[in-house]
Write a protein that binds this ligand. Structure first.
Ligand SMILES: Cc1cc2nc3c(=O)[nH]c(=O)nc-3n(C[C@H](O)[C@H](O)[C@H](O)COP(=O)(O)OP(=O)(O)OC[C@H]3O[C@@H](n4cnc5c(N)ncnc54)[C@H](O)[C@@H]3O)c2cc1C
Length: 324
């Protein structure tokens, strides 16, 4: 009984603390961005490729660097958590949503790019598909793999996106970031398989990419081949790409298939019948369905093969321990 009383008091205090923080945040916005149209309680399902996710308490789409810095300052001073959203194609958002500020860096300002003789500059909101297409048109080789990846440049740098043996990290000269304290920095981060080593909380603003000459016909042929392979192997239903990272010397998809889990379903979430490493929203899936499905697959693969699969998809939730 005591435990129950203590628990409910804790949640009550947490709820009051949230109200204080949102109140402080709104006052800061009023002071530093008086005419800014801040969106509230925005369903995140609209902004994720899985079409899943509860509301973001605050949601902003800054149109300039200065607006972004001011928004960050307001959140910092109100002790509000911040999440940077790209295209939401590698993201699972909790059904309970996110108590904090979601920053979506898309639109004309964030999608600019410049082709120079010494390299390519791309801002974080540019889609990888667009980058791949532009490189093809300009006979720049090495970016063919970008075409089939539905995310943004920012999201790709964050997790070193790649396919068909190539990854964005191999093509980077320099990354421009905004640090949580509002300072800018330029660096060349280290990269490993689906991972980049950026300073904690860094926002990728833009990237300088290598420019290497290629043959247009060869590039377009490779792009076509890759697109064909994707069409044959990957599902069409909403997904967040690969559910698990490939463990050393194994393919996560093959392990899941060998465990007999293709087509396995929990509520509206299903392991694709086409590809074992894709969890799809087969209709009306909730985040809880995807979490239960992921747990079951991970557990089954561990029992069968003694291999621990590690999720590749990022999870956004209210508990700081569970979120990126
Ligand atoms: C059908 C399908 C196929 C896919 N195929 C591939 C594939 O072949 N290879 C591959 O690697 N991935 C693949 N993906 C996954 C996904 O598209 C990539 O990982 C992509 O790079 C994610 O980018 P995003 O903009 O959607 O990031 P989001 O999903 O929006 O965010 C993912 C993470 O990146 C962080 N982030 C986003 N932007 C920034 C920024 N500017 N600064 C700092 N952090 C940021 C977010 O905070 C979050 O933690 C696929 C997904 C789908 C749906």
């Amino acid at each position: 009984m005591d435990q129950f009383r203590q628990g409910s008091k804790k949640f009550f205090l947490e709820a009051i603390d949230r109200r204080f923080r949102e109140d402080r945040f709104l006052k800061k916005i009023h002071k530093f961005l008086p005419h800014y149209a801040l969106a509230e309680n925005v369903p995140m399902a609209r902004f994720t490729s899985l079409r899943i996710g509860g509301p973001a308490r605050f949601f902003a789409e800054p149109h300039s660097l200065e607006e972004l810095r001011r928004l960050l300052r307001c959140a910092r001073e109100a002790e509000l958590r911040v999440f940077v959203l790209g295209a939401g194609t590698n993201l699972l958002v909790d059904d309970g949503g996110f108590f904090g500020l979601v920053l979506r860096l898309r639109g004309a300002f964030w999608e600019r790019y410049y082709f120079r003789s010494e390299g390519i500059t791309a801002r974080c909101g540019l889609s990888l598909r667009c980058l791949g297409r532009l490189c093809g048109e300009n006979a720049i080789g090495g970016y063919e793999f970008c075409n089939g990846i539905p995310g943004t440049v920012g999201g790709a740098i964050f997790q070193n996106a790649g396919a068909f043996g190539s990854a964005i990290g191999d093509l980077i000269r320099e990354v421009a970031i905004l640090q949580p304290d509002g300072e800018f920095a330029r660096l060349r981060p280290a990269f490993s398989y689906r991972r980049s080593f950026l300073p904690a909380g860094a926002i990728v603003l833009s990237v300088e990419l290598l420019r290497q000459e290629g043959d247009k016909d060869h590039i377009f042929r490779r792009q076509k081949e890759m697109a064909k392979m994707r069409r044959e192997r990957q599902p069409r239903e909403p997904s967040a790409g690969s559910l698990f990272r490939n463990p050393p010397s194994h393919s996560a998809g093959e392990l899941i298939e060998r465990a007999g889990l293709k087509g396995f379903r929990v509520g509206g979430a299903q392991i694709s019948r086409k590809h074992g490493n894709f969890a799809v929203n087969a209709g009306g899936a909730t985040c809880a369905d995807v979490l239960n499905l992921t747990f079951f697959v991970k557990h089954t693969v561990r029992e069968r093969f003694k291999i621990d699969l590690e999720p590749e998809v990022y999870y956004l939730a209210n508990s700081p321990e569970e979120s990126p």
